[in-house]
Design a protein around this ligand. Structure first.
Ligand code: GLC
Length: 747
């Protein structure tokens, strides 16, 4: 090409670039701050466009502003993997052929790792999958506190303790959002049960709210920097959570100064005025005419659509609230769909599969291991009997909106055959027949689990196989069927379903070398715990289920998980049932609709806080988990015997691996306030650290204690208060196994 042509081309490009530069509006100029871009875009939008951007146009998308080149905003479930694409206005999957995903372990498993590095790895991995699917908002993590073992969605959450939940949520949030994908932290707040989930009205005092039910959300919002929140279906003090002025305006956007967008749960909006003034920014999933789940013109009838537009035109509402909503939606859009520096993401990559297996293996909790029955080794056994439906049942499908179309799923039996098949004889017996469905919103497992044998036949066959084996691996628990760890249905009791207790007892009689692997996302009654020498709490582990479990059973992975919730012996050990009112008593909301008032009479005494207060002995305590090695804790010490509340107290404790095998130990820090003007729990978790140690190795674990760790929420002052006096730092291997204490005084 002649020089003259090159010069001409260059001049033309320069001219074009200059023209573009002159005409690039601020909101499209990513050299400008997001706030400048938000204001510029807002100033260019018509009233109709402002209304359009704050509500859905399809099941999972909002329209953006096509005229201005502001793209649609696409959301997707869920917290453990990216949901398959659904039809425009349906829950039904759209049968795409390229949206199979990595199903990561349930969030209770993540919490059970007590390892914030795993939380970040988890967030990064799932964020990459959401990014690859070009989603701007991932509808997770779910972080509601585990108030009752009956809650159908405990498996989607991070356990009973606000501090552990907040720490794990923070790094999950950062991992996801590093991909330019927003999290949508849910379900804010007090969505602690699924029964009557649209009409439950928790009645909670401020101290309980601020000490138990808000901290994890506050951490996700301010430490994690979450870009969106999802309001819950339930009410709080008479107003629906998704647009509750106290939760959204006073606390989230007021006291916390949070700048993100509040998205309703799907179908959680029931009127316009409160939605306008109650701090809701985006409306999704509404049932417009109250008679059907969506209609072709549904979206214009949304509470924040024409009714709101007409309300503004009639002077019922100013545009002030609308502009705040639009700013937050624009900010969310600029952080995600209009962020041109986002990475590209990936789907079912080797890294994601490795992450799935690693998090699963780190989250499995060894609850009991008498006579070192585990790990399985060729010197000890030759024949393995695998028993139970949960050894063969795929669990990635089902359970509600977190259901997934996993690229594949390795069942426990498949994992065991792969790991042990060459050195051991392996036999399998069903043991019991539970849930033979395998379908959710059109996604099918294609397993045919039908079995028409009687309970007696199934039991006899299982007991016979157990008798003939050197070791028995029983896989049972729950399975995400209704009432067994599923959205929109709580458990009906703590008991295992399908007659499993009787079967487990029969197996324990048949063979003393019985290992029970309980697969569930919530605590269950274990009346046979004393008769069973080894018990593993395995969670819903996703694609790599069988491999992660075999890794631990074989000792390839030394278990290091600890319980993120208490294993109550029965419901009377749980404050929500002993003192609280579950599932509530009939009442009316301000429109006269039926609701269920549910006073949280147990107050702050949730989980181990209630156990301690009442000197109870649960089946297994919060924070409990064993290893294939042993650890010795040295004497805890504190760097200063006394200091002011503005000082930092550093507690140190040496931990030694006194066994023959490398392993990780979660060291837990609890704070005890020796004397307070209010009733306080015996101890509260305020730190944890997972330390990896070679045999014989010692490391010193340190914790920094500051004023917030010592404070309680004074409802009268509406402020956190650290009272002077004596405190104790309790160093524990679990909430019931305090190994060392260090006293200090705040003056
Ligand atoms: C569901 C769930 C929520 C989910 C949303 C979209 O009802 O409560 O967690 O993200 O609707 O599926």
């Amino acid at each position: 090409m002649k020089l003259i042509n090159l010069l001409a081309a260059a001049a033309l490009m320069m001219g074009f670039a200059h023209t573009m530069a002159a005409q690039t509006p601020v909101y499209l100029d990513d050299s400008k701050s997001i706030e400048e871009r938000v204001e510029d875009a807002l100033s260019k939008m018509t009233l109709e466009e402002k209304i359009g951007i704050i509500h859905a146009q399809s099941k999972f998308s909002a329209p953006g502003v096509p005229r201005l080149g502001i793209p649609e905003l696409w959301c997707t479930d869920g917290p453990m993997g990216v949901r398959p694409e659904v039809l425009w206005d349906e829950w039904e999957q759209a049968s795409w052929t390229n949206d199979s995903c990595t199903a990561f372990p349930s969030l209770t498993c993540l919490a059970a790792t007590w390892n914030t590095d795993m939380a970040n790895l988890y967030g990064k991995s799932i964020g990459e999958e959401a990014r690859f699917r070009n989603k701007a908002v991932l509808l997770g993590p779910g972080i509601n506190i585990y108030r009752t073992p009956l809650c159908g969605r405990n498996f989607e959450y991070l356990g009973e303790d606000p501090y552990l939940s907040g720490k794990m949520a923070t790094d999950y949030v950062k991992g996801v959002q590093d991909n330019g994908v927003a999290v949508c932290v849910k379900h804010f707040a007090l969505n602690n049960n699924e029964i009557n989930r649209h009409t439950s009205n928790p009645i909670v005092d401020d101290r309980t709210l601020y000490e138990i039910y808000l901290p994890a959300f506050k951490a996700a919002a301010l430490d994690g920097g979450a870009w969106s929140f999802m309001g819950g279906y339930n009410l709080f003090r008479g107003e629906h959570a998704s647009y509750n002025p106290i939760l959204m305006n006073d606390i989230l956007k007021g006291e916390w100064g949070w700048d993100g967008a509040v998205i309703s749960d799907w179908g959680a909006v029931h009127d316009t005025e409160t939605a306008v003034t109650g701090g809701l920014d985006m409306e999704f999933g509404s049932w417009t005419d109250g008679l059907s789940n969506g209609r072709s013109n549904a979206y214009d009838n949304y509470w924040l659509a024409n009714p709101y537009l007409n309300g503004i035109k009639e002077g019922k509402f100013t545009e002030d609230e609308l502009d705040d909503k639009v700013r937050r939606v624009l900010r969310l859009t600029f952080r995600t769909a209009m962020n041109r520096n986002r990475p590209w993401g990936s789907m079912v990559s080797d890294e994601h599969i490795a992450a799935c297996r690693k998090i699963g293996g780190e989250g499995i909790v060894l609850l009991k291991n008498q006579n070192d029955l585990l790990p399985i080794s060729p010197e000890k056994v030759k024949k393995i009997a695998v028993i139970g439906e949960n050894a063969i049942k795929m669990m990635t499908v089902g359970g509600g909106s977190s259901s997934l179309k996993a690229a594949y799923e390795i069942t426990p039996l498949e994992g065991i055959k792969k790991r042990f098949g060459k050195d051991f004889e392996i036999v399998y017996e069903r043991g019991y027949v539970g849930d033979t469905l395998g379908e959710y919103n059109g996604v099918k497992t294609n397993q045919d689990l039908r079995d028409f044998r009687s309970v007696a036949e199934l039991t006899d066959a299982a007991v016979k196989a157990a008798k003939d084996a050197d070791i028995v691996l029983y896989f049972g628990g729950l399975n995400k069927a209704d009432h067994n760890d599923a959205e929109d249905s709580d458990r009906l009791s703590m008991e295992l379903p399908y007659g499993q207790d009787a079967l487990i007892k029969a197996l324990a009689k048949a063979n003393k070398n019985l290992v029970v692997v309980n697969i569930s996302g919530t605590g269950v009654a274990m009346p046979w715990a004393d008769e069973v020498p080894a018990i593993l709490q395995a969670w819903y582990l996703g694609n790599e289920t069988g491999n992660a479990i075999a890794d631990v059973l074989s000792g390839d992975v030394n278990p290091s998980g600890k319980l993120p919730y208490t294993y109550y012996a029965d419901l009377m050990q749980c404050g929500a049932h002993k003192l609280g009112e579950y599932p509530g008593t009939p009442a009316k909301d301000k429109f006269g609709n039926d609701i269920f008032d549910m006073p949280y009479n147990e107050g702050i005494y949730v989980g181990y806080r209630f156990i301690d207060k009442n000197n109870l002995k649960p089946t297994f305590p919060f924070g409990h988990g064993l290893s294939y090695t042993t650890f010795k804790y040295g004497k805890a010490s504190v760097d200063k015997a006394q200091g002011s509340k503005n000082d930092k107290f550093t507690v140190s404790v040496p931990v030694t691996n006194t066994g023959k095998r490398a392993g990780s130990e979660v060291v837990e820090l609890y704070i005890h306030d020796s004397k307070a003007s209010v009733d306080r729990p015996e101890k509260e978790l305020k730190g944890f650290s997972k330390v990896f140690l070679q045999p014989g190795e010692t490391k010193t674990v340190t914790f920094e204690i500051t004023e917030p760790d010592l404070s309680f929420f004074d409802a009268d002052k509406h402020a956190w208060v650290c009272e002077p006096g004596d405190f104790e730092a309790l160093i524990g291997a679990s909430s019931a196994d305090i190994r060392s204490k260090a006293k200090f005084t705040v003056h």
